[in-house]
Ligand binder design. Structure first.
Ligand code: ATP
Ligand code: MG
Length: 260
């Protein structure tokens, strides 16, 4: 479904932020891209969305080359950005935010149903982002990404800006969605621990290159590359929190709405 082949991104300052990356994602599969800050993960995501031109290599999505942003691509790839405080337009209601991708394509969606699937009460459609907590905002961002039922959803560190307890809830939501929707996920994180549960496969990225990849279990339990071993040693304890039953539909998160 997604094929990234020998992709290189060179920035004007000469930095090869993505330095010959190849991988593919099959329908329904969850693949994690893991690596330290600055290794090039977001640049890979931006390239897949057509936001970042490649200097070498190619990206094929559903048989079509990706070279720029197109409405058709928006339908095939949903995106959840790292920071739910920055990624939602503060002047818009939640209903408008999650409907926007559909509206752009002249499609109608059931907002109430969509919010429910992300663990939010349908009445939240009339709220504004500042009336919601960080976890709730990230649920909105996830709902928006899923609105058009894209075959691929990219999540770029979707829990990085959230409290630990809320991180677990968002991970549970993603786990539920993964099981129920059949979409493929490309899940980006600096944290091997959080990807352990979600990912079928893990790719470890260092300085623009993928240095190790394999099934989630094998990379987690038997890391080959010293860099992967270092990442594992840095795994915070969230993986020990495990999956909290039922929390994916729990909108009463243990945090207060943020002030903007
Ligand atoms: N527009 C740009 N121009 C120049 N350098 C850039 C640009 N965007 C990113 N970089 C650099 O490219 C490298 C990769 O950045 P990228 O954002 O892809 O990393 P990342 O793995 O997503 O990091 P993080 O975990 O902090 O989000 C970094 O060194 C970054 O400073
Ligand atoms: Mg990033």
């Amino acid at each position: 479904m997604l094929e990234v082949k020998d992709a290189v991104v060179t920035f004007p300052n000469g930095l090869r932020a993505v330095d010959g990356v190849s991988f593919n994602v099959q329908p329904g599969e969850t693949v994690a891209l893991v690596g330290e800050s600055g290794c090039g993960k977001t640049t890979v995501a931006r390239a897949i969305l057509g936001l970042q031109p490649l200097s070498e290599g190619s990206i094929i999505m559903n048989g079509e080359p990706v070279s720029r942003v197109t409405a058709g691509l928006a339908k095939r790839v949903g995106m959840v950005w790292q920071d739910p405080y920055a990624s939602l337009d503060s002047r818009w209601t939640i209903g408008r935010i999650v409907s926007e991708p559909a509206q752009m394509l002249g499609e109608t969606i059931n907002v109430g149903e969509l919010l429910t699937s992300a663990g939010l009460d349908p009445s939240y459609a009339n709220r504004y982002p500042h009336q919601m907590s960080g976890g709730q905002r990230q649920r909105v961002a996830i709902a928006r990404a899923l609105a058009l039922r894209p075959p691929l959803v990219i999540c770029d560190e979707p829990t990085a800006a959230l409290d630990l307890s809320v991180q677990a809830q968002i991970l549970n939501l993603l786990q539920d969605l993964k099981e129920n929707l059949g979409s493929a996920f490309l899940y980006i994180s600096h944290d091997l621990g959080t990807v352990h549960y979600l990912a079928d496969r893990v790719m470890v990225m260092k300085s623009g290159q993928i240095v190790e990849s394999g099934s989630s279990a094998s990379v987690f339990e038997n890391p080959q590359h010293p860099y992967t071993q270092r990442l594992l040693a840095a795994v915070p304890r969230i993986d020990r929190l495990g999956v909290i039953p039922g929390s994916a539909t729990n909108t009463e998160e243990e945090e207060s709405p943020a002030h903007t």
